[in-house]
Design a protein around this ligand. Structure first.
Ligand code: IMP
Ligand code: MG
Length: 168
């Protein structure tokens, strides 16, 4: 395993994102929607640095087909418990890869008529994109490599690493 970002690098980037998001959403109350399980650590750190009131909810998605990335068919296996109509919603995810997961979730949540719907990811692998989707906020843009740590797993392992590592 090779270290890509040390804990300090990650925390610095989380602070930067939080500052930008805090400016953009100043004066609002925002519902953070974390995508389980990968986003739980990023959401925990990011949310504690936001300068506006937040509520939180979580959704769990499954994509058919095992392996290292989504197959293209996604479904909600644990839905939100919050009514979205009229709310400012910010989807929080660990990483965008093919884009299939986020594109699907945005489509599903838009149908519930939030006042606004934006997304933030800590990591972006743009070279892997299969569908057109660009998150509103991105921490790090990385090459096509499989990463673990800071919520990201391989077979449920490594989520608790404070930095981000390339698995090889
Ligand atoms: P997408 O639908 O292909 O964009 O995949 C998004 C999801 O796949 C992420 O939320 C992760 O759960 C998982 N994923 C994609 N790339 C990686 C990676 O490098 N490490 C760990 N999980 C990943
Ligand atoms: Mg995920």
């Amino acid at each position: 395993m090779k270290r890509l970002f040390a804990e300090e690098d990650v925390q610095r980037q989380v602070r930067r994102l939080a500052r930008k998001i805090s400016r953009d959403f100043a004066g609002r109350e925002v519902l953070l929607v974390g995508i389980l399980k990968g986003a739980f650590i990023f959401l925990a750190d990011l949310s504690r640095r936001l300068a506006f009131p937040v509520k939180m909810d979580f959704v769990r998605l499954a994509s058919y087909g095992a392996g290292r990335s989504s197959s293209g068919k996604v479904r909600i296996t644990k839905d939100l418990e919050t009514f979205l109509q009229g709310k400012d919603v910010l989807i929080v995810d660990d990483i965008i890869d093919t884009g299939v997961t986020l594109k699907y979730l945005v489509r599903r949540l838009k149908a519930r008529r939030p006042r606004s719907l934006k997304s933030v990811v800590l990591l972006d692998k743009p070279s892997r994109r299969k569908v057109r989707f660009q998150p509103d906020y991105v921490g790090f843009t990385i090459e096509d490599q499989f990463v673990v740590g800071y919520g990201l797993d391989f077979n449920e392992e490594y989520r608790n690493l404070p930095g981000i590592y390339v698995l090889k």
